[in-house]
Ligand binder design. Structure first.
Ligand code: 13P
Length: 273
């Protein structure tokens, strides 16, 4: 199985020049990591306006002119992802969608992944499980890989409702998704109380939740399908703790916010896993 390190830049940095600098610093640093094998996939998810800038300077997911000539793909561990998408394709989808970004646009820029249902979108933009499910199905239909984020807030945790909340988010997010498609979804457990707090979930506690994800997926599909699913941890991941979520807690990778905006720290994080 692959190990994923997914960088969610959220609404950062504040200018395209800074985004270009950040991306180039990460790319150059990663190129120097010798042990970065084929099995580590680094996914950079910048804000929408910077996707085309990064795609133009690097084009990590699109075939290069040379690769196109031979029908191959660029060989790189760095891939591009988006932080959100809309579920319709204009104009055939029937309607106009001011301010939204379609999956065809993301695909055209070389995005291989899309983050769906991040807690900040659920919280501040009222994204419901129903909307998230529509997006997941649309992403799968376009052969892009969705990263489905779920997580409980502090109150849920204190009231002992973590598993109830997670089960609901997972089951609702997976409505009308086939056995073959569910395997293409990357799940991310991001407890809200750990995001940006500097206090991550302990690997032991995270491991219990990872096994709970498998149980919910086994019950909805099959055990064999649950065994193939990639589950990531996110919430205050840095270079000192990333490895513990992979080696001790058994996750297939990490979803990184703040630490992905500091090139040295991010490169160190990748080196340490
Ligand atoms: P932090 O790594 O800043 O806690 O953010 C996690 C996150 O929300 C990634 O999607």
């Amino acid at each position: 199985m692959k190990t994923f390190v997914i960088a969610n830049w959220k609404m950062n940095p504040s200018s395209s020049a800074k985004a270009e600098f950040l991306f180039n610093s990460i790319k150059d640093g990663l190129e120097n990591i010798e042990k970065l094998g084929k099995k580590t996939e680094i996914v950079i998810c910048p804000p929408f306006p910077y996707l085309s800038i990064i795609s133009n300077i690097y084009n990590p997911c699109l075939p290069s002119p040379e690769a196109k000539a031979t029908g191959g793909q660029v060989k790189s561990n760095i891939k591009l992802g988006a932080q959100n998408c809309f579920w319709e394709d204009p104009p055939a989808g029937g309607g106009s969608f001011t301010g939204e970004i379609s999956l065809l646009m993301l695909k055209d820029l070389g995005c291989k992944y899309v983050i769906i249902g991040h807690s900040e979108r659920r919280m501040f933009l009222n994204e419901t499980d129903r909307i998230i499910n529509k997006k997941i199905r649309a992403v799968l239909a376009k052969r892009i890989e969705p990263i489905l984020c779920v997580g409980e807030n502090r109150k849920d945790k204190e009231q002992g409702k973590t598993q109830t909340v997670l089960r609901k988010q997972i089951e609702n997010g997976l409505k009308r998704i086939s056995k073959s498609d569910v395997k293409k979804i990357i799940f991310a457990y991001e407890p809200l109380w750990a995001i940006g707090s500097g206090r991550p979930c302990s690997p032991d506690e995270a491991q219990v939740i990872r096994l709970f994800f498998k149980k919910v997926i086994s019950q909805k599909y099959f055990r064999s399908i649950a065994d193939e699913i990639n589950i990531l941890y996110g919430g205050s991941v840095d270079s000192s703790n990333a490895k513990s979520f992979i080696e001790e807690a058994g996750f297939q990778g990490v979803l990184v916010g703040g630490s992905s905006l500091k090139p040295k720290e991010f490169i160190e994080l990748v080196k340490n896993i």
